[in-house]
Design a protein around this ligand. Sequence first.
Ligand code: DAH
Length: 340
Amino acid sequence: MLDELQELKDTSLRELEDIVDLDQLEEWRIEYLGSKGRLTQLMRGIGQLPPEERPEAGKVGNRVKNALQSAYNETTERLKREALEHALEADRVDVTLPGRLATLGRLHLSTQTLRQIYDIFAEMGFQVYRSPDVETDEYNFELLNIPKHHPARDMQDTFYIDEERLLRTHTSPGQIWAMREYYPEPIRVILPGMCYRYEQITARSEIMFHQVEGLAVGHNITMADLKGTLINFAQRMFGEDTRVRFRASYFPFTEPSAEMDVECFICDGEGCTVCKYTGWLEVLGSGMVHPQVLRNGGYDPAAYTGYAFGMGPERIAMLQHGIDDIRFFWNNDLRFLEQF
Ligand code: DAH
């Protein structure tokens, strides 16, 4: 019996050394220390020994049991410690590694150009005024002096929603909204927004694009005010030395009307492909608000005058950055967008 106990102690402790995880340890505990385990079984046999051998066998048996129990406890500690060390090792971070750069978003080129325009006009006292993208035939055309037979009302140019409603083809209907809201106060606003036209998409024309409209209404506003404002705008937008020229033009809602060209800032007026060898770039339409349009907005043309202008920020950005295809603006190709 004593030899068997010694033998059991030696084997079990040897096995314990090879144990690598808590599952194996539990199996070991059941095998040796469990209620049906080998040590328990062995110690049950003590009762069958001759009485004089029992005290000694009992003493040794208890000693073996204690030895196994404390070896078991130590191993539990060791395994837990090792598991923790492994977890820490796996979690280790090298704080000297360079970090991963977060990708930075940026403003769309159109937004950048729009904000540049807002800033310039804000300094001249213009507020931003917004009007709806979905307009009525009345606001988009009728009240702007564009009669029924006018070519701009051709089905091919306009996205109609139903008989009455359409997507605005320009920001000019905002003039009516602003006048009807502000009457009889003087007005100085810019009206930015998306415009829509039912057109074949090509390098030069898109079905959606921005416009920024300008409107000033008050007493004694003259063509000189219009020219002064737009010359100032051109110099802030394109450079202090930019020269401009006004060409007589026609718009149904202004009289007289003029288009403004700026001296080509690509070739300084020498002539290049961007200005098509004219030395000039067309940047906006403008004019004195037509008396009928003033009336439609609620202002008496005998007492008030006003000027208006309209420009396309995408077109301006294309000129500034030498972009030769307007489709780049909305096809969401990051290779294009990330350049600005
Ligand atoms: N609405 C015109 C267009 O879409 C642009 C325009 C021209 C606006 C002259 C104006 C203006 O306010 O006076 O082409």
